[in-house]
Write a protein that binds this ligand. Sequence first.
Ligand SMILES: *Cc1c(COP(=O)(O)O)cnc(C)c1O
Length: 426
Amino acid sequence: MSVLEKMTSADAIALEDKYGAHNYHPLPAVLSRGEGVFVWDVEGRRYYDFLSAYSAVNQGHCHPDIVGAMTEQAKTLTLTSRAFYNDMLGKFEKYVSETFHYDKFLPMNTGAEAVETALKICRRWAYEKKGISPNEAQIVVCENNFHGRTTTIISFSNDPVATKNFGPYTQGFIKVEYDNLEALEKAFKSNDKIAGFLVEPIQGEAGVYVPSEGYLASAKALCEKYNVLFIADEVQTGIARTGKLLATCGNCSCPDRHCSGEPEIKADIVILGKALSGGAYPVSGVMANDDIMDVIIPGSHGSTFGGNPVAAAVGMAALNVVKEERLAENAHVLGELFRSEMQKFIDNSTIVNAVRGKGLLNAILINDSEDSTTAWDICMAFKEKGLLAKPTHGNIIRFAPPLVMTEDQLMECVEIITSVLKTFEK
Ligand SMILES: *Cc1c(COP(=O)(O)O)cnc(C)c1O
């Protein structure tokens, strides 16, 4: 078969099945085009995208500003490596630093690489600033975390599917229960080798688990008390997804009035990825102030592609779209609407137990066991009605559409979702 030949969904699935490693279990939708909140399959069927590539496509598919910046830069200069300077990286670093109010930004490509970068910075800081003895630094993480797929990152995962037979694992991590301040303080108190606390502001992969109000601010206060770096993994929650520019939004410059109502948290290290590029290109990175970032010296860390001119152009365009189109505000407003509409349905439902989330990062809990196929079957039925969503942990369905959605579109999607769920009532 020629690569240019039109293929059917069945052809494409068969090819991936035969020639690709089986490291995913996709819903059988074969997509060939996207625009805004929509994607189309190879047969021309249109779907609302309710996953947004795990919140990478916050700005909507193929946003013209982002694609424009990318193609323009791709025609001019794509890669220099960091052996030389280029005329885009400094501008991007300035743009990110000023947007989020940190002194410095260290660019990488994928979320996992940015998490690795944060862990390395934290360990160096422990030895060079906090004075922990060599090789003894510990980093506290949360149970049911998801931070990526590298060998070190899976070393502190408690998902057996992600960790089984990939040992030996990296040492130096202590797991505590998420949303449990007592457990966190106990860990800090019992050990003077703690360098950092790595946390997701909302646990996305675990099933959109939102911690109690005030948890993050109190955890940050504990970090200050014990001289521990608070490291926020905002790869999924960042870039307006939860109704704020960052879920830990402190004194950031987002034009969003909703920041004021909640405690201000300024993480010591913030990890970004996914929507930092609007899904157009792999762009990630880590932000911190000088007293932390200055542990990184020439030769101590790097990436051939990290901070390349295309990534810089794409990253700036993607952040600019978030600001110009007030996507944080839209995510906040539509998120409230979505949860209230879903709650109305749940009040009279036996198939859905609850809805939870913040902004446009939401999930419903299906009333069936984790090993049932009900959530998968519901997602297959959503697909038939023109909406794509994916179960996580068996009986949870995540809903995370692009943030460029309109209220009318959201209400149409609520109608699709509730009409399908009705057919599954017991
Ligand atoms: C997706 C994700 C990552 C990993 O990002 P990749 O680009 O897939 O490596 C890390 N942390 C969180 C919270 C994520 O959601």
